[in-house]
Write a protein that binds this ligand. Structure first.
Ligand code: HEC
Ligand code: HEC
Ligand code: HEC
Ligand code: HEC
Length: 157
């Protein structure tokens, strides 16, 4: 065969060898389909143990009730009943031991994450009542008018 044909063939074989060697080095040895049904497809079997050890960080609002009854009953009787305390205050898995207190974010951004009006009329996000942050009482903190634990104004204590 002509050398100008053989040369690219050698280059291709060389590349293939490099790819195979790289694959052996980089793909973990327990990466495969680990059950009969193919349900989970390719994954690292070790990853199953990692998920089993994954620490759940959230407790949900039932847990808060004994110590913060006012906030919980306010929340449950308001449109915010469908969101969790920890959505605004962060994970509470070891609270009140560590941390003793959960953070309080008084920034407008906390609320705008869900309430800034977005131009996506068909998304579920648009079902949350939206305001225009530049027009809706700018410069003032949201909580100075809306109690985050029962945000309708008629409910404000
Ligand atoms: C066993 C009682 C207990 C439980 C349960 C509990 N907390 Fe607390 N929490 C405390 C104590 C004690 C403090 C510190 C004293 C204080 O500020 O009231 C605190 C402080 C806080 C603070 C800061 C208050 C401030 O003024 O700085 C927030 C926010 C908070 N908790 C939210 C929660 C949420 C949300 C839950 C449920 C996921 C929860 N806590 C569950 C006892 C509890
Ligand atoms: C929408 C966000 C949001 C949610 C949801 C929320 N909080 Fe708060 N929380 C705040 C903000 C903001 C403040 C500060 C309010 C202020 O300074 O007037 C606060 C203050 C607090 C405080 C300090 C005392 C007080 O009332 O000012 C506690 C305790 C607390 N929250 C517990 C809870 C618990 C328990 C829940 C769930 C039932 C909850 N929060 C749900 C945003 C939220
Ligand atoms: C995680 C998303 C989320 C966050 C954060 C959040 N909200 Fe809401 N809020 C909702 C949902 C969902 C509703 C119920 C649906 C609705 O009425 O728009 C609601 C309802 C409201 C309503 C009642 C609207 C009405 O007239 O029915 C007000 C006012 C409000 N929120 C203010 C706030 C304020 C102020 C903050 C910040 C302290 C805040 N929200 C943070 C999701 C959120
Ligand atoms: C100066 C007081 C004040 C401040 C600050 C304020 N609001 Fe309001 N908000 C109102 C009043 C009054 C209404 C009812 C009349 C209206 O729709 O404007 C309202 C209505 C709402 C509604 C319901 C809108 C609807 O379509 O029914 C939402 C959601 C809301 N505010 C969220 C927020 C958020 C988020 C912030 C902070 C970024 C905020 N507000 C800051 C006074 C305030």
């Amino acid at each position: 065969m002509n050398r100008h044909v053989l040369r690219p063939v050698f280059v291709a074989l060389g590349l293939l060898a490099i790819i195979l060697i790289a694959r052996t080095i980089m793909v973990p040895s327990d990466f495969r389909i680990s059950e009969k049904g193919f349900m989970y497809g390719y994954h690292r079997q070790g990853n199953e143990a990692e998920w089993e050890n994954f620490k759940v960080k959230y407790r949900s609002k039932k847990y808060c009730e004994d110590c913060h009854g006012d906030e919980v009953s306010g929340n449950l009787s308001s449109p915010h009943k469908i969101i969790e305390c920890e959505n605004c205050h962060g994970p509470a898995i070891d609270h009140p031991d560590n941390p003793e207190k959960l953070p309080i974010d008084r920034n407008r951004d906390l609320c705008l994450r869900c309430h800034a009006k977005l131009p996506y009329p068909t998304s579920m996000r648009s079902e949350i009542k939206g305001i225009d942050p530049k027009a809706h009482h700018p410069e003032k903190a949201c909580f100075s008018c809306h109690n985050p634990h029962h945000p309708n104004l008629e409910d404000r204590k």
